[in-house]
Design a protein around this ligand. Structure first.
Ligand SMILES: [Zn+2]
Length: 94
């Protein structure tokens, strides 16, 4: 038999895809661990320490998408905090 033509989206690839999403979610939930860095920059107090801190805008956006999936929630947006992390906030529309 000749080799199979696997032009489709195989299960393996799908699993890989979901694993990537889980990984991002995991990253977003991870407690505050600063990325390894030789630079010691000053700690900024976070005015909203109760909020989840995301390492990047991408992580915050991924969290918004996850939170928004399947349910109707108020529009969320992310912003960079003075503490250097990203938080989510409800969009204020005027
Ligand atoms: Zn903050």
């Amino acid at each position: 038999m000749a080799g199979q033509d696997r032009g489709g989206f195989g299960d393996d690839e799908l699993e890989e895809f979901y694993r990537a999403i889980e990984f991002r979610t995991e990253m977003a939930r991870r407690p505050r661990v600063r990325p390894a860095s030789n630079v010691s920059y000053p700690e900024h107090d976070c005015p909203t320490p109760e909020k989840i801190a995301y390492v990047s805008a991408d992580a915050a956006t991924a969290a918004i998408l996850a939170l928004s999936a399947g349910r109707r929630v108020q529009a969320l947006s992310s912003y960079e905090c003075v503490c250097g992390w990203w938080h989510l906030t409800r969009s204020h529309r005027r």
